[in-house]
Design a protein around this ligand. Sequence first.
Ligand SMILES: NC(=O)c1ccc[n+]([C@@H]2O[C@H](COP(=O)([O-])OP(=O)(O)OC[C@H]3O[C@@H](n4cnc5c(N)ncnc54)[C@H](OP(=O)(O)O)[C@@H]3O)[C@@H](O)[C@H]2O)c1
Length: 300
Amino acid sequence: MRAIITGSTNGIGTAIADRLAREGMDVTLVGRSDARLAETAAQIRASAPGATIDTARADLADLGEVRDLTARLAAGSPADVVISNAALIAPLDERTALGVPRTVAVNYLAPYVLLRGLAEALRDRRVRFVVVGADPVALARVPIDPDDLAFSDPERLGDDPELRPFALYAHTKNMDAMLVYALARRLSATAITVNGAHPGIIGQTGLSDETPGLRRAVHARYAIEEATLPAPDVGADTPAWLASDPGLDGVTGSYFVDRQVVETAEHTTDLGRCDRLWDHTARLLGMPTDLELDSLASGR
Ligand SMILES: NC(=O)c1ccc[n+]([C@@H]2O[C@H](COP(=O)([O-])OP(=O)(O)OC[C@H]3O[C@@H](n4cnc5c(N)ncnc54)[C@H](OP(=O)(O)O)[C@@H]3O)[C@@H](O)[C@H]2O)c1
């Protein structure tokens, strides 16, 4: 069994990779820094002696690099598990060449391109895709506009400028949930499953490190005490379980918290809204709206 895990050079992603390696999977770590990839690979090899660990570097803010990564992974030995975990909260004024905030590019556009591409490459195989999302209760408060990925009006992100990068992050996590539903539906005739997972509110991670002051502002706003938060291995539990538990064969299009299926807000599950977001994203990226699934697998 082979698992590909994005954002596995820190926090929850490292903990997922470590756990799957200790369970006996070959693991491909995906990160943006060669040095951090080498360091994490060494750490996991020490924790899971005998595990086969390889690495793939790509900055997921750069869609050219995401496309190249997708091609490299598709050409390598086929994956049984793909976990889209990488995310960040970038300063609001940081935009990519496409004109979207960097937070949108890394957290949503990159998984859209990567999972679409790998789905097409792996369409005849039994594969589990897991998308690491966020707290469905919190996300219910921030419905996205499926026709606007540019977020040119900061007012859309609330009254408090200090918290707007966090609000944007929450929007991208809603897009990730909608990607789970849209992709699962499009892959329903294949043996590829797609599920979402909220890891819990977890400490000792670097999610907001690129936006100075944000962690303090969010913790103050939501009365969070960093010292009381569980460690990344706790956050890894539900995503890793979704990747490997034999009882989950064929389960798709669901969202999990603490290994339980939960409903996410109606604005994330509505088929019309999910399709609008899917199509708008495809047009923005210059991709066809339909997946290339000509030679479909015989079923799940
Ligand atoms: N922590 C929480 O409380 C919490 C709550 C809900 C959901 N989550 C979700 O859990 C997942 C993991 O977050 P975390 O808290 O473990 O954060 P983290 O410690 O910051 O880990 C994020 C990972 O993503 C990588 N990454 C960031 N930007 C990238 C880019 N441009 N290209 C390639 N890789 C990039 C990071 O690489 P570097 O090592 O180079 O920085 C790191 O490996 C995220 O999807 C997050 O939304 C976390």
